[in-house]
Write a protein that binds this ligand. Structure first.
Ligand code: C2R
Length: 214
């Protein structure tokens, strides 16, 4: 049984990269929204903002999971990234999951492909909300990962998003929405993000209508 660490354990395969709460990703919608909303990463009044843990089963998952870290960064949400595996480093994965709450995390995002058990195992070791991103790394294009992530038995929820990049992006937005419950500044950035998306669609519609059609 994994011990609950007081401090976050260090691990050989950890690629920790604390997200900066003070810089937005250039060119991203959320980054623009964040800039518009003013105060960045301030969190609920007087409190250190909770971090998001982004972990994945392999370094081969990183290109897709970067969609999540980019989005968190753009919203000014601090995060850390790890590679850990319920299959290949079971003790490490359990230890990291058990220590999340004590180490200042508020939400966990787990990406895995193939028979994806990582999110479920993390959910077994924490009471924090866990979001699973099924990844299309196998010959089944993520259908295997989708089913093994979403089909959790009763009592141990994993909020499962779409397969691949859009899922990784939505996992970050969902994490932001969870954290925004206690953070009005973050809620304002999410609102701006939605407004910006709506403006873009309206622009595209105007462009479509400006082209004469037979
Ligand atoms: P490699 O590319 O390292 O062979 O990994 C990873 O998420 C990756 O998509 C192939 C795939 O195996 C997945 N993996 C899991 C778990 N650990 C690794 N599904 C797990 O614990 O669930």
């Amino acid at each position: 049984m994994a011990r609950r660490p007081k401090q976050r354990p260090s691990s050989d395969n950890r690629t920790t990269r604390p997200g900066s709460a003070r810089s937005g990703a250039p060119g991203s919608d959320a980054g623009d929204a964040r800039a518009d909303a003013g105060a960045v990463g301030s969190g609920p009044a007087g409190r250190t903002p909770l971090k998001v843990w982004v972990a994945m089963g392999s370094d081969s998952d990183l290109p897709v999971m970067e969609e999540a870290t980019k989005t968190l960064h753009a919203f000014g949400i601090p995060y850390e990234v790890d590679i850990t595996s319920a299959h290949r480093t079971p003790h490490d994965a359990a230890l990291l999951a058990s220590g999340l709450e004590a180490n200042g995390f508020g939400v966990a995002i787990l990406g895995a492909g193939h028979a994806a058990h990582l999110a479920g195992v993390v959910a077994a070791h924490t009471t924090l909300p866990v979001i699973g991103v099924p990844l299309p790394s196998s010959s089944l294009q993520g259908l295997d990962a989708l089913l093994s992530t979403v089909q959790m038995p009763g009592g141990v929820p994993v909020a499962t998003v779409a397969i691949g990049r859009s899922g990784a992006q939505n996992a970050a937005i969902l994490a932001a929405q969870i954290l925004a419950i206690g953070d009005p500044a973050l809620r304002a950035r999410l609102r701006d993000h939605k407004d910006q998306m709506a403006r873009k669609v309206a622009e595209k519609n105007r462009a479509l209508k400006s082209v004469p059609r037979p």
